[in-house]
Design a protein around this ligand. Sequence first.
Ligand code: GLC
Length: 545
Amino acid sequence: MHSAQRTSDTGWWRNAVIYQVYPRSFADADGDGTGDLAGVRRHLPYLAELGVDALWFTPWYRSPQADGGYDVADYRAIDPAFGTLEDAEALIADALRLGIRTIVDIVPNHVSADHAWFREALAAPPGDPARDRFWFHDGKGPGGDTIPTNWSSSFGGDTWTRTTGPDGRPGQWYLHMFAPEQPDLNWNHPDVAAEHEAVLRFWYDRGVAGVRIDSASMLAKDPSLPEVGEAHPPGRHPHLDRDEVHDVYRRWRKIADSYDEPRLLVGEVWLEDTDRFVRYLRDDEMHMAFNFDFMSRPWDAEALAASIRSTFAAHAAVSAPPTWVLSNHDVTRPVTRYGREDTSFAFADKRFGTPTDLALGARRARAAALLTAALPGVLYVYQGDELGLPEVEDLPDGAREDPMHFRSGGVDPGRDGCRVPLPWTATGPTFGFSGEAAAAPWLPQPQDWGGHAAQTQESDPGSFLTLYRRAIRLRRAEPALRGDAFAWTETAPGALAFRRGEDVTCVVNFADAPADLPAHTEVLLASGPLEGGALPKDTAAWLRT
Ligand code: GLC
């Protein structure tokens, strides 16, 4: 039996369950149709019962919400739609009393066009130092009419927008790797670094246990603004994963480590090259990063086993624990994705009208939940996945808000479908998301949403919620699942099996033929009924062996 990772780093997070809250859609206490912090406070007992160790909040700061809060106008203020700074402080304290830590989202690549710095920059003339905190540039060609570079945006479309001068004439261009409402910051400017360090301290001083770092590999840009070519030496791409970005995280790690309980750095690092990925996890940088490789794989024994193997191999070189992620606020819900012919995830492939078998997807999503919860490392759960919510694919066009949808010319359905407000009760106009007599939820809920309600699932032994609760409880209770020890074991073709510690084995069957289970004394948990003692297709079980 080998150990999946080194154990020198013994922070609370090493085998934590971290629950992602999308505040806009979690629970709405004031009845305006938008979720809020008071709504989260009200449902903390639910999260404690689920057994999570920490909550990661997607951005809760003041924001015009051009990109669901990833356009931050003021890091030191809570968006009025969500509440106040006092509400955030009360929420952090209430959660801690239940043993739940808080992680906030930091978006260092860009700010909102409404941020004071950007307003100042826009009001200033070309060449003014106020513009140096961003990437303002003259256009090419006569009149500066041509875009400064042809870099492409993660949201589709151009990455530069032209400004208009006070005289109404076209002026300089500014860079935005996402939407035009999200101008990129210039990380070569000392103010940008200093301000982020102050923001980290601001939240750490308020008891926040860590930060999730948005678009973490994108901050550094080549100031000579070259075009993206065929091959750039590692670390020298014009705007992605440049070597100097690591200096930022080294400084942030020092700040995190200066607290009595060291604060946690979690990276959103989308990089295909695992060697480049783990560089962010070196001992003086981040504590962990999301495992998007695993998340994007199809529902297939070999593909998932290969990802688990390469995850362990990559993490063996660093003390960071692996993480296991099935979804988040950016991707198609697992129940939907696993119910399709192509069960892998890629932004570029999202299309309207993809045939989906939700019953099949739900069976697989349940098995996937047990697979990920049985792996050594950190488990991330996106709100609503514990209820088995599907992607909402038939949102009325007028309801959609995601810039990814609009910037694709309407071809990409966008990310609204995984952000629909949660159902808490089986009945009622908003299924308990808001109180009675409330405004309509900011995104409409499907009519059958009540069938997924937390309240209904609580008392149903066969529900998604019960499965998640039991799995998380066992993860905590079973010493074998708390440790790092992991070993693959023999199993039927088309199935995966591995032993954790001395006495727990997880088996997942992907094949048509039911898989015989290894000798065991007890079935601790199964994602679906067994068939004559064997494990049916698309089912997972945890065994005492
Ligand atoms: C990250 C966020 C996503 C956001 C983007 C720009 O990928 O997860 O929601 O749109 O960064 O901030």
